[in-house]
Ligand binder design. Structure first.
Ligand SMILES: NC(=O)C1=CN([C@@H]2O[C@H](COP(=O)(O)OP(=O)(O)OC[C@H]3O[C@@H](n4cnc5c(N)ncnc54)[C@H](OP(=O)(O)O)[C@@H]3O)[C@@H](O)[C@H]2O)C=CC1
Ligand SMILES: CC(C)=CCC[C@@H](C)[C@H]1CC[C@H]2C3=C(CC[C@]12C)[C@@]1(C)CCC(=O)[C@@H](C)[C@@H]1CC3
Length: 331
């Protein structure tokens, strides 16, 4: 049977590289590129068909940052397919990133330097926007739209006698200290990206608790530092050109500098080959590239603090928590 695979944010970067790798491995899959911009989506489809002319690549209009669009897209998916084997929740944004140069140089000469290059801890902030649904844009795009999509597609993902995988592109930038249950949209802080990725790690655990018995398994990955539209937005382009040789040099010492979208997609691709029952629901799977350019995937257990948060908060009755302050339009 032809597996059905849906990928959000499939028209560029890690998402597009993943599609290329999935088709190279199995040209029989039914691949659905879920993108907000249909011109960019069509360009991606043509690029994929150029290297895999026999493959089945469909397009789906989806803006994960819009509740209306998510409902429409989910409706369309339910009309088109009667099963969904893999759903890659990969679309993501990091608007108005600000690099703290002083903190960066301080970190460069500290014992924390490796961690700083792997996670950007303490050196990166963002300025979030409010979207047309009245929600924080980063939360809505990176987390909430994807969560809604999974909820809407439950009937396809939880088919009797079949297994499905939900795979989130999270980040090692996800940090407990950036996330608060009292402010899950991160209205108050300056690290909405980190907060949204941490929240996706938590939601993935919750999905496993809720749906494993129905054959739905959820996992999170970190692609490492990959040069894509998102990362190019952090520094001016001339600066990236200047430091690129240094980046390749750093890569010899740290396996988290995967740098190319192909390498970054390693853990996403690797997960598609695993028996989901054998995966650790409390692990984040990292794409890593050795100094000699060898790609591999490694699980990293979530911190004890996170495990505590999961067991203390996710087990409480949902209605006790006012997780999302819905806007009047959404209520
Ligand atoms: N690059 C890196 O170092 C890392 C990236 N990640 C994560 O990887 C994922 C992919 O990012 P990456 O490939 O790097 O960056 P890109 O900017 O290349 O890809 C992001 C993709 O998400 C899409 N997207 C953004 N907003 C929406 C939306 N509202 N609805 C639908 N699609 C949307 C973009 O579409 P469009 O072209 O229309 O903008 C694009 O296809 C993200 O979740 C990111 O957080 C995690 C860790 C490290
Ligand atoms: C290499 C040199 C000399 C300078 C680059 C400094 C920063 C721009 C760079 C260092 C660590 C990077 C990093 C990310 C972005 C670029 C850095 C801050 C991410 C935050 C990108 C998105 C993610 O999700 C993280 C996994 C990355 C973590 C490391």
């Amino acid at each position: 049977m032809r597996k059905v695979v849906l990928v959000t944010g499939a028209n560029s970067g890690i998402g597009l590289a993943l599609c290329e790798r999935l088709l190279a491995h199995d040209g029989q899959i039914q691949l659905c590129l879920a993108c907000r911009n249909m011109q960019r989506a069509e360009a991606a489809r043509l690029a994929l068909l150029a290297s895999h002319p026999e493959s089945q690549v469909a397009l789906l209009q989806l803006d994960v940052g819009s509740v209306r669009s998510v409902f429409q897209a989910a409706k369309e998916v339910k009309l088109r397919y009667n099963r969904l084997d893999y759903i890659y929740l990969n679309a993501g944004i990091m608007p108005n990133p600000q690099l703290d140069i002083k903190a960066f140089f301080k970190g460069l000469f500290s014992s924390n330097v490796i961690n700083m290059f792997a996670t950007a801890e303490g050196i990166l902030t963002q300025k979030d926007n409010i979207n047309s649904d009245g929600m924080q844009e980063v939360f809505a795009t990176n987390l909430f739209g994807h969560y809604l999509l999974v909820r809407e597609l439950e009937p396809l993902l939880c088919q009797p006698d079949s297994i499905s995988q939900v795979i989130w592109t999270s980040s090692s930038n996800a940090r407990r200290s950036a996330f608060s249950l009292e402010d899950i949209q991160h209205q108050q802080g300056t690290e909405p990206y980190s907060s949204s990725k941490y929240a996706s790690d938590l939601v993935s655990v919750a999905l496993n608790r809720r749906h494993n018995h129905q054959g739905l398994y959820s996992s999170v990955i970190c692609p490492g530092l990959v040069m894509t539209n998102m990362t190019y937005g952090i520094l001016p382009s001339f600066f990236w050109s200047l430091i690129m040789p240094i980046m390749w040099l750093i890569r010899i010492f740290t396996n988290t500098f995967t740098l190319t979208p192909y390498n970054g997609a390693e853990a996403l691709f690797w997960l598609s080959l695993q028996k989901p029952e054998s995966l650790d629901p409390l692990a984040k799977y990292h794409s890593l590239t050795s100094g000699l350019g060898k790609n591999y995937t490694q699980p990293h257990k979530v911190s004890e603090e996170t495990q505590y948060l999961i067991s203390s908060s996710l087990t409480q009755p949902q209605q006790k928590r006012n997780y999302i302050k819905l806007t009047p339009g959404l209520q």
